[in-house]
Design a protein around this ligand. Structure first.
Ligand code: FPP
Ligand code: MG
Length: 494
């Protein structure tokens, strides 16, 4: 959080991305023709810019994060209360990534969005009944039609009897390390953020952290957040198990939100993260009849053929039928694949948790939809900037090894833009840059064909769309803080 705050202050002092600069940026990039294929037409650009300069939606304020500083400063502590186990070493591994200062961007989005949603008048937030337990001591919600939901209890209370949850040994109930959940700390009564939304912010960070523990094993990483990564500090096995444990505890907390729609959304994010990572792992989609895969070391490995006993249908939300993706000749299909992978890997958690925050607020469908779109556009922007920084950052600034993607065989936006100009790059991408000199050729091509500039422009488009989505929310400091956060994602350096 401090890192984002520093970034914001620096963006503000440099005057980065003020509304007037949006216009001049749009105009100059269009005038010079220095735009990627995804860039809007001049008319759309001007319309978007005009929307952004219409009566300022944000008040001037000094510190956008002060709005949710109470919740953010308690985040790690609250998460710690959700992940205690009876095993001291498991506790050390599963709390390891929470000890170092991360960006915490996902919980920040959920909290700021929840706060911004609380400014919608209560009589317009009647899509679901706000849980009686949630609002007992909040003047903000006095007079709200309320109801008790599943089991009539709070996010801190179990749905099944504790003796069942704790397993066959009832003694462990008395052991504080084995206590599965702790109570939320006392709540700011005038804040407007519901306890369920606050728990949502914690759940989102737990899911994200679980995915990082697994990701570092998959990527053979050696550092994260300026420290040895979990796989190095402990072992691959422990890092994987700790990630699984975090997911288990996150699932319990999800169930206790007692909202089936939110349970569905958040469970889907976990599946999406795996699907996205799988798409990245393969980088080319497997056909059902394929008998070999290439692993990270470029080795070919034969895999079991499906017996047909368990049908393996492709899910209906897969936008690109695998048979149509040809990474050697079809750059457009590769771009589509990249964006879909990026959605699953990064934007799904941001968009579905933004949507969940809106669902929990009781807001109407149009608001829920825009919150989802906001998270989606922001998430795509976030990951595209991440892919850009992989080319431009030093390890020290990034807090993790930079320039790793090409070495891992990953084709992200910069090299895909270069491939649009130089068709011979398809061959290198197809073989995951595994021949001597491939990485160097790819880097030079990115520079020659302005792959980084075009990638930045692509990220900007998603940033502008995210800003536009926010306009559905009433003007408030929380909305302004979200606008600043969105801008800072574009200008971040780590
Ligand atoms: C970081 O990507 C990784 C992710 C955003 C998601 C990883 C997902 C999995 C490993 C699937 C398993 C999911 C769960 C929920 C256990 P990156 O490698 O591009 O970023 P980095 O440079 O920070 O490592
Ligand atoms: Mg990684």
């Amino acid at each position: 959080m401090l890192a984002i705050r520093r970034q914001l202050v620096s963006s503000q002092s440099k005057g980065i991305l003020t509304r007037s600069r949006y216009i001049s940026r749009y105009n100059s990039s269009v005038a010079t023709g220095n735009v990627g294929s995804t860039v809007n037409t001049f008319k759309t650009a001007v319309e978007t810019a005009e929307k952004l300069v219409q009566p300022p939606s944000s008040k001037i304020f000094n510190d956008p994060f002060s709005i949710v500083s109470h919740e953010m400063s308690n985040l790690a502590k609250s998460i710690a209360s959700l992940i205690g186990s009876g095993h001291p070493t498991l506790n050390r591994v599963s709390s390891y990534y929470f000890e170092a200062e991360g960006k915490n961007v996902r919980p920040l989005i959920v909290l700021l969005l929840s706060k911004a949603l609380s400014n919608i008048p209560l009589d317009q937030r009647n899509r679901i009944k706000i849980d009686t337990y949630d609002v007992t001591d909040q003047p903000h919600y006095q007079g709200t039609p309320t109801a008790t939901s599943v089991a009539g209890k709070s996010v801190d209370d179990s749905i099944s009897p504790l003796a069942i949850l704790h397993g066959i040994n009832p003694r462990v109930i008395l052991d504080p390390l084995s206590k599965p959940m702790d109570k939320l700390p006392s709540f700011d009564a005038v804040n407007g953020i519901l306890p369920k939304q606050r728990r949502l912010a914690e759940i989102v960070e737990m899911i994200h952290t679980a995915s990082l523990l697994h990701d570092d094993v998959i990527d053979l990483s050696d550092s994260r957040r300026g420290r040895p990564s979990g796989n190095i500090a402990f072992t691959n096995k422990m890092a994987v198990l700790a990630g699984d444990f975090l997911l288990g505890r996150a699932s319990v907390a999800i169930a206790r939100l007692r909202n089936p729609e939110v349970i569905e959304l958040l469970s889907t994010t976990i599946a999406n993260l795996v699907e996205g990572e799988f798409m990245q792992l393969k980088n080319t989609v497997m056909k059902n009849e394929d008998t070999n895969i290439i692993d990270n070391d470029g080795e070919s490995k034969s895999i079991p053929t499906p017996t047909g006993k368990v049908p393996t249908e492709q899910h209906e939300y897969s936008i690109t039928p695998p048979q149509q993706v040809d990474h050697i000749t079809n750059v457009d299909a590769a771009f589509e694949y990249y964006l879909h992978k990026t959605y699953l890997k990064t934007a799904s958690l941001m968009s579905k948790s933004s949507r969940a925050a809106a669902v929990l607020s009781g807001s109407q469908d149009d608001i829920i939809e825009k919150c989802y779109e906001f998270g989606r556009n922001l998430g795509l922007c976030f990951q595209i900037v991440d892919d850009l920084l992989d080319y431009t950052s030093s390890d020290a600034t990034f807090g993790k090894p930079s320039q790793a993607d090409l070495k891992l065989g990953l084709a992200t936006a910069p090299i895909l833009f270069a491939w649009k100009e130089d068709p011979t790059l398809g061959e290198l991408i197809g073989r995951k840059f595994n021949q001597p000199g491939d990485v160097e050729i790819a880097r030079n091509a990115v520079q020659k064909y302005k792959g980084l500039e075009k990638t930045k422009e692509m990220a900007e488009q998603y940033c502008y769309k995210a800003l536009d989505n926010l306009r559905v929310l009433p003007e408030s400091d929380a909305r302004s803080a979200l606008e600043f956060l969105t801008n800072s994602i574009l200008t971040r350096t780590k």
